[in-house]
Design a protein around this ligand. Structure first.
Ligand code: SF4
Length: 310
């Protein structure tokens, strides 16, 4: 594989904050308003396609929420992104995926990520993730996603009430191509109320990591574990209205997309982005960046830590 000359190639667009679940640890509860006009929403995609700078060239769009299926333009956005040539990914709680809409998703999406934090339906309900059938439904969704040839990702948030669990049997059953495991992240102004009860220490998170790091996924891939330190400043995030979001400092701040590109302002630590596994083989044609030696390129060619001044 070749190393490309650009590095940040993926973006998480939180197209809505609306959700049909009420996860207590959710860190996307209050952001700006979603775009309800398809032309305006498509213009955000156009910006991602056409505006580039020395370190950003977006190939993959991850539609996240809230629950992205609740955005009134959800399918139109998937279609637009697909037709523009992006690799299209969704992260969802999975509750709205069923046999009736999976074919529509399969038409446009390359990846579906389903959030599952526990092996227990009851525990998920206690966390606010669904009403007592979340794990069972997620397993059904995994089957559907495989059946329709979409790549499956599982996202797991490790909390105080789940860090001692063994999720290996469930992960083996769901057979994801990618498993991302996050230490519960406190974002001030978003999920303050649950921190005392649900936040895990670094060593508790490492307990969970040690219990699961030997697991190999489809294609022999390793799980990806992200501590709070890994997650801060290592994502290119857009708010519902299309503004760039920084999570530096433990709370959200937003600024205009144009400022991010035109003024060469960056909020992403590119070394962290790569080291947390931000670049991976998300499509067969993805050949840039996923290669030993990329870290060396970053060390020698990228500014060390680029942050916006708020
Ligand atoms: S399903 Fe996701 S967006 Fe919805 S409340 Fe839970 S964490 Fe937040």
């Amino acid at each position: 594989m070749m190393i490309g000359d650009k590095i940040i190639r993926s973006v998480n667009w939180h197209i809505t904050t609306k959700c049909n679940y009420n996860c207590r640890f959710c860190y996307v509860q209050k952001l700006d308003r979603e775009i309800l006009d398809i032309k305006k929403a498509s213009s955000v995609l156009e910006k991602l396609k056409t505006n580039r700078n020395d370190y950003v060239e977006i190939e993959k769009i991850n539609f996240v929420g809230g629950e992205p299926f609740l955005h009134p333009l959800f399918y139109e956005l998937l279609q637009a992104a697909h037709e523009m040539g992006f690799v299209v990914s969704i992260v969802t709680n999975g509750s709205l995926i069923n046999e009736q809409n999976i074919h529509k998703i399969a038409k446009y999406a390359d990846w579906v990520g389903v959030s599952v934090d526990s092996v227990s339906n009851l525990e998920e309900a206690r966390l606010g993730r669904g009403r007592g059938r979340h794990v069972s439904h997620a397993i059904e969704v995994a089957d559907l996603v495989h059946e329709y040839g979409i790549k499956l990702k599982v996202n797991t948030t490790v909390t105080k009430s789940t860090f001692q669990e063994n999720m290996e049997p469930l992960i083996r059953w769901m057979k994801p191509h990618r498993w991302k495991v996050f230490q519960m992240l406190h974002i001030k102004g978003q999920n303050d109320a649950c921190v005392n009860e649900l936040a895990v220490t670094g060593s508790e998170f490492q307990d969970f990591v040690k219990r699961h790091e030997h697991i190999r996924l489809v294609g022999g891939e390793k799980p990806v574990f992200e501590s709070n330190e890994d997650m801060i400043g290592s994502y290119f995030i857009l708010s519902p209205s299309g503004k760039v979001v920084s999570n530096e400092g433990g709370s959200y701040s937003t600024f205009e997309f144009e400022e991010f590109l035109e003024k060469q302002t960056r909020v992403i630590n590119v070394e962290k982005y790569v080291n947390r596994g931000g670049l991976y083989k998300w499509a067969d044609q993805t050949t840039k960046g996923v290669k030993d030696g990329l870290n060396e390129k970053i060390r020698t060619e990228c500014p060390p830590m680029l942050r916006v001044n708020m």
